[in-house]
Design a protein around this ligand. Structure first.
Ligand code: G3H
Length: 481
């Protein structure tokens, strides 16, 4: 509610996944603490958001669009002054390389300015009058109410504020629960929000998700759930809402994106794209390539090239030059990866690259597994880490079967050299997933492109263009002429 509230209750400690010297208390470096808010404090934040929205009559939802734009631009300017602190925390808290951390920050600020441009465009093209059958109607883009935003730990800055900013600029008010890991950097933004926005427009809730989020959902006063995370959490949160059937949800969820290597693919180019697609930020991206289907005729050649490139990836600390593989943000992840690799090995796969399969917490070395089949856990589970299963196929139908049986439907990458064949397959695949990448890796950007998915992968659509529409509805003011 415009105030930075002192917290007299307990705090939770945050440790870095980056080991320096063992501290005795933990192998992980102590970074800082955040307030373990309780139910009452969380509801206070929600009250502030409801009060600022005031059933649509608040200062913020009734404010002229130009003034909301000015607040957002002021925020972007103030946030930019915090760039180095945020970049440092992206490195220390989630182990992101400096290059990727800087990209995450800069991309977010760019997204905010593009959102402003898109809103101006939307106003020009959509806020218009229609005269028809004796009625004069004005079409307006109007807010939805109070939005609960929860970002993910792999893009704690970018995917939090690319939900928060479009929600705010359309006149909604926000309660934001930061991800953990990825919580500390949000402190640096509080002051910027406080200076740029009226009280109550954005309210931060810190603490354990299982304590602070259920009361918000159960209150029935959250109008939109905007979350990037797992479908398991999203489903359980939605069920808590008394009007779960009508709750608007904007969700980016799980994915297991396949790469398909066709018999005529350029092996070297495909291997390079698959390396970036599968191993960027240790494979901790919802859009990562998480399974590769290679036509049996070129499996051997592809594996040779792909495995050599996997072994050439540099494992190191986030600030090291040209580092590719960094400490894993989730401290349970190395153990999980070891388990699914062992499961695949027991069932007949083998590690293809010389340096694969090495667990050295908090690292797990880039690992290529082949031949993987549907009896193995890694064929089905979203590994979200630097382990890539490679599956030989004989007939493209096998991949359509895989996609049909999969819980997910986000993206596919397809590698080949026949425009006719690729065109034909693309027309079919695009009806099964929400993006087909031709001779290129899966990814979300550029941020003007719609970002969504089918089945358990998403609900609603995000992008510079789509988020403004997702966080608003077209309302009409009509009068008889
Ligand atoms: O983790 C999910 C992100 O949306 C991935 O975004 O493809 O830009 O890395 P990205």
């Amino acid at each position: 509610d415009g105030k930075i509230v002192p917290w007299n209750g307990p705090f939770s400690k945050v440790y870095s996944p980056i080991k320096s010297e063992p501290t005795g208390e933990s192998l992980y470096e102590y970074l800082g603490s955040y307030p373990d808010m309780d139910e009452a404090a969380a509801l206070e934040a929600l009250n502030a958001a409801c009060k600022a929205y005031d059933r649509g009559r608040g200062l913020w939802p009734t404010m002229a669009v130009e003034e909301r734009i000015a607040a957002v631009e002021k925020f972007a300017k103030l946030a930019t002054a915090q760039r180095e602190q945020i970049v440092q925390l992206l490195m220390w808290e989630i182990g992101k390389s400096r290059t990727d951390a800087e990209k995450e920050f800069d991309r977010t600020i760019e997204y905010i300015y593009l959102t402003v441009d898109e809103l101006k465009n939307l106003e020009r093209t959509q806020s218009r009058f229609v005269i028809e059958k004796g009625i004069i109607g004005q079409i307006r883009r109007t807010p939805l109410g109070v939005v609960l935003v929860m970002g993910p730990y792999n893009y704690p800055f970018n995917e939090t504020y690319t939900l928060v900013i479009p929600a705010l600029i359309m006149g909604n008010t926000v309660v934001m629960k930061p991800p953990r890991p990825g919580v500390l950097m949000h402190y640096y933004l509080q002051k910027a929000f406080q200076e740029a926005f009226p009280p109550g427009v954005i309210n931060y809730v810190y603490g354990k998700g299982s304590v602070v989020v259920p009361p918000l959902m159960q209150s029935g006063r959250v109008n939109v759930l905007a979350m990037i995370g797992t479908s398991r959490v999203a489903d359980s949160l939605k069920k808590m809402h008394p009007k779960s059937n009508r709750l608007k949800s904007i969700l980016g969820l799980d994915a297991k994106n396949p790469a398909i290597i066709l018999p005529d693919a350029d092996i070297s180019a495909a291997a390079s794209e698959c390396i970036t697609g599968a191993f960027s930020f240790n494979g901790q991206r919802c859009t990562a390539i998480k399974i590769i289907f290679v036509h049996r005729s070129l499996a051997e050649a592809f594996l040779k090239e792909f495995s050599a490139k996997a072994d050439a990836l540099k494992v190191g600390l986030p600030w090291e030059d040209k580092v590719n593989i960094t400490p894993l943000a989730d401290e349970n992840k190395p153990k999980y990866l070891q388990e699914i690799v062992e499961d695949a090995l027991q069932k007949g796969a083998s590690i293809q690259n010389a340096h694969g399969g090495i667990r050295r917490d908090p690292f797990y070395s880039p690992t290529v597994l082949y031949p993987v089949n549907d009896s193995m856990r890694i064929y089905h589970e979203e590994q979200f880490g630097p382990v890539v299963p490679v599956v030989p196929y004989n007939d493209i139908e096998e991949i359509f079967d895989y996609l049909e049986n999969s819980k997910y439907g986000q993206q596919v990458s397809i590698f080949g050299n026949s425009p006719v064949q690729i065109g034909h397959l693309t027309d079919q695949l695009v009806n099964m997933v929400s993006r087909v990448n031709i001779n290129s890796q899966c990814q979300r950007g550029p941020d003007i492109l719609p970002f969504t998915g089918r089945k358990d992968s998403a609900e609603g659509t995000l992008s510079v263009y789509d988020a403004l529409r997702s966080f608003s509805i077209r309302s009409v003011v009509a009068a008889k002429m």
